[in-house]
Design a binder for this molecule. Structure first.
Ligand code: G3P
Length: 235
């Protein structure tokens, strides 16, 4: 059960990587464009910070670029290709050469099957975009998961296009191995109104106890003294 961050904002990633709960990062050309940065500077900084798995999307000359990036960023790179005939050709060549490949823009089980046959490490179904088009994204996760289970396929399901916290747990429940999410969704996973309310009460009670207790004036009651006897000093 892995959590990835879906952003190319290095500062935001590093803040959350410190929690020890982040297993990797996914980027795409739109996220890189939004960051306003050179993609390889982003990958380099993430690799230097110790992010173990970074999805790097290739657009042109997918095999050549995939080989170049996996040479440039060994161990941490996952090459991301689209689910097209060209993308899956690249997936096959790269995965045969030991490169991790993430096949993206997956919208049904048929695409996931082809990607698995091409040796993909990950398939990325886009939950939010399916929901936008009146197809239940979580059902697609479920059907891919069932096919992979029945056929004993090792390819992992990486749920992407996650827009709310609820979908994270439902994606895992439906069989996703990895969920990638924007940082604000990750932050939202900690939150519950009852946690905030409960904490407020515990904090107030703790403070009231601290101001009431006077440790130096403590004397055990006689009933305790009688039970412990001469061992009293060892407590
Ligand atoms: O990982 C894919 C993701 O970045 C797409 O998300 O919200 O643009 O559909 P969204």
């Amino acid at each position: 059960m892995k959590i990835f961050l879906d952003t190319a904002d290095v500062t935001s990633i590093l803040e959350r990587f410190e929690t020890g709960l982040i297993d990797g990062v996914t980027t795409n050309p739109s996220l890189i464009r939004k960051s306003g940065r050179d993609p390889e500077d982003v990958y380099r900084e993430l690799a230097m910070a110790g992010i173990p798995d970074i999805s790097m999307e290739v657009v042109e000359d997918m095999i050549g670029e995939g080989q170049r990036l996996s040479g440039e960023f060994p161990h941490v790179s996952t090459i991301k290709v689209p689910c097209t005939p060209e993308g899956l050709k690249a997936c096959k060549v790269l995965s045969d050469n030991g490169v991790r490949v993430n096949v993206t823009l997956i919208f049904n089980a048929a695409q996931a099957i082809l990607s698995a046959k091409a040796g993909a490490t990950y398939v990325s179904p886009f939950i939010g975009r399916l929901d936008d088009n009146s197809v239940a994204g979580l059902e697609v996760i479920r059907s891919i998961s069932e096919v992979f289970r029945v056929q004993n396929v090792k390819t992992q399901i990486l749920a992407a296009s996650i827009r709310d916290v609820y979908k994270v747990s439902r994606a895992f429940w439906n069989g996703a191995h990895v969920v990638t999410m924007p940082p604000k969704i990750f932050d939202g996973m900690y939150k519950h109104i009852l946690t905030d309310k409960g904490l407020e009460i515990f904090d107030a009670d703790y403070q009231a106890t601290v101001s009431r207790v006077n440790k130096s004036a403590y004397q055990p009651p006689s009933s305790i003294r009688a039970r412990v006897g001469s061992d009293l000093d060892s407590f």
